[in-house]
Design a protein around this ligand. Structure first.
Ligand code: CU
Length: 269
């Protein structure tokens, strides 16, 4: 077997990178789904996800700095105090300055983390300014969506591998999607019928448990562009846990109204 020349490797990498970039842009333009070899979070959609992503980025900087600092200390100690360089060990047992420092500095770091963290928690808690309500019920192994104001409700099952068509995504596409108008804030009332499930849509930064006999409240801020957001059950709930995905489809108001008109006939409660 002959190896390709350096030039052709570079052009192959360049072509691959270009192709990936095109695929990435074309897919993310219409859908928020995981990408092959993705590192990091899915692109943030809506104000909650933007705040969660910026908190994540802040934490990433802080934990990276702490890890590098601890690594540097370890390397320094290993070299400076190894037996050869330091044959007589120090008998020091106390150092007031260092003890104050290693107490105060972590406290300050935790305060820096706590402020944006609590700000986000309280932001998540404000479900009062929402435009509409959807009740989400977790079942073994599918989701059920009810629109109480419209008196409609339907089950949402994953599309099996052999039935996948067109632009449907394996393990993520469903037969009946949770359709919402773009540019709205939606209150979710999440409950369960059997074991625990968890309603999780990464790009919208919503994750909330679905528990029988209890209604958990959350809200999502759907951006003002038509797009499909994919999610999955995030609580191990039995053999088909991996096969109860979530699809939130945001449509422009007129298309949503058209969907609603047909849904009123098909899914009337
Ligand atoms: Cu599950």
């Amino acid at each position: 077997m002959t190896l390709p020349s350096g030039k052709s490797i570079f052009s192959a990498i360049a072509r691959f990178a270009g192709l990936s970039a095109i695929l990435f842009v074309s897919q993310t333009a219409f859908a928020a789904a995981p990408e092959p070899w993705q590192i990091g979070l899915q692109p943030a959609a809506g104000s909650i996800a933007e705040k969660a992503t910026s908190l994540h980025n802040l934490l990433l900087i802080i934990i990276t700095a702490i890890s590098l600092f601890v690594l540097a200390l370890l390397v320094y100690v290993c070299l400076r105090f190894r037996e050869k360089a330091n044959p007589v060990a120090s008998k020091t047992s106390h150092n007031a300055v260092i003890e104050v420092l290693w107490t105060v500095v972590p406290v300050l770091i935790l305060v820096v983390i706590a402020v944006p963290s609590f700000r986000l928690l309280y932001y998540l808690d404000q479900t009062k300014d929402t435009d509409m309500v959807i009740k989400v019920t977790g079942n073994q192994w599918y989701w059920n969506y009810e629109y109480p104001d419209e008196q409609i409700g339907f089950d949402s099952y994953m599309i099996d591998d052999e039935d996948i068509t067109g632009d449907q995504i394996r393990l993520l596409s469903v037969d009946n999607e949770m359709v919402v108008p773009a540019g709205t804030r939606i209150k979710l009332l999440v409950t369960g019928n059997d074991v625990m499930h968890s309603f999780f849509v990464p790009s919208l930064a919503v994750q909330i448990y679905s528990i029988a006999g209890r209604v958990n409240e959350a809200w999502i801020d759907v951006p003002n562009e038509p797009k499909v957001y994919y999610g999955q059950c995030n609580q191990i709930c039995g053999v088909n846990h991996a096969y109860m995905p979530i699809v939130v489809r945001a449509l422009p108001q007129d298309e949503y109204d058209a969907w609603l008109a047909s849904a009123r006939e098909e899914f009337a409660l």
